[in-house]
Design a protein around this ligand. Structure first.
Ligand SMILES: [Fe+2]
Length: 304
């Protein structure tokens, strides 16, 4: 591959999005029975229940739900019949059998990318309605999306300043906004499109913006994100830049920084986080609905 074929301005072992086969489907992790059981016992504070709406310009409006005292079966029914996107965070602890198998798949895929060495892996099990769509966003990590059930379409965009402005990245990394990075319908002509079937995994360059549309089938995926030392350095530098910018400074973008500079800004970020230099602005979002299979979208509004 020529350097020009890279779909991101950041260095890293993954130059462009690619599919990889995986063997997690045959092991029964995504059956209705297994999912109902997982949803039932999963700690409520590790469950995100999201309902996304979009306007004509493709701009998103997010509502969040609360599991309340639903059983796992009831929540599963609301997802299968509704319009919900449910994330089970800390899947490494919450779904240990699935996670152990997925880490085996990860090591095999990692070996296909020279120089890629993950120092920390984490994940979320994503259980979502047939018509659910995830808005345009980026993850401050490498990602491998293991698709387990249903069909979904991934749109992956270039990681350049137009599609991924660094000032917006800083705000997301520093948890200063619930907004994602800016999106415009004109970006669609720059997307690479991948349809995922069960047994396929997709990975893409670190930080590359992406969005997801389910293709009329109830979907289950394990999204595994991972840090390398270079991604840790860059995330720390983005955080430090966010602090400097919040105090009126004008730091240079991380893409222009050398590795020692990035490492120094990462070290600074550890100290800044310790003293609470920036408040977490998204820790306490108000929950607006309870999942309910018997109502529109699978979401019953919570009365104020
Ligand atoms: Fe993502």
């Amino acid at each position: 591959m020529t350097p020009d074929a890279r779909r991101t301005r950041y260095p890293g072992p993954i130059a462009e999005a690619a599919k990889h086969p995986h063997g997690l489907v045959e092991q029964g992790f995504a059956s209705d029975e297994a999912l109902a059981e997982i949803l039932h016992r999963y700690p409520a504070d590790l469950i995100d229940i999201n309902l996304y709406d979009y306007d004509a310009e493709g701009q998103v409006l997010l509502k969040t739900g609360d599991k309340g005292d639903l059983t796992g079966e009831q929540l599963l029914a609301a997802i299968q019949g509704g319009r919900l996107w449910v994330n089970l965070r800390n899947a490494e602890a919450g779904c240990p059998d699935l996670w152990a198998a997925a880490m085996g798949e990860f090591r095999r895929i990692e070996a296909a990318y020279p120089g890629m060495r993950a120092v920390k892996n984490a994940g979320q099990l994503i259980i979502s309605s047939p018509v659910a769509r995830v808005p345009y966003h980026f993850d401050a990590a490498g990602v491998i999306l293991f698709h387990l059930r249903g069909r979904k379409r991934l749109f992956v965009y270039p990681g350049d300043e137009r599609h991924l402005p660094e000032i917006a990245m800083e705000k997301v990394v520093a948890r200063q906004t619930t907004e994602e990075i800016p999106y415009a319908l004109a970006f669609e002509q720059d997307a690479q499109v991948f349809d995922l079937e069960p047994g396929e995994a997709l990975t893409w360059p670190f930080y590359a913006p992406h969005r997801v549309e389910n293709l009329d089938k109830f979907c289950v995926s394990l999204s595994m994100d991972f840090q390398t030392w270079p991604s840790r350095f860059r995330n720390g530098a983005l955080y430090t830049n966010a602090v400097i910018r919040s105090r009126g400074g004008r730091p240079r973008f991380t893409e222009a920084m050398s590795t020692p500079e990035l490492a120094a800004r990462w070290a600074a970020s550890l100290a800044l986080k310790r003293i609470g230099a920036l408040d977490d602005q998204i820790a306490n979002i108000q929950r607006e609905f309870t999942p309910d299979a018997s109502v529109a979208d699978g979401a019953r509004p919570i009365q104020a």
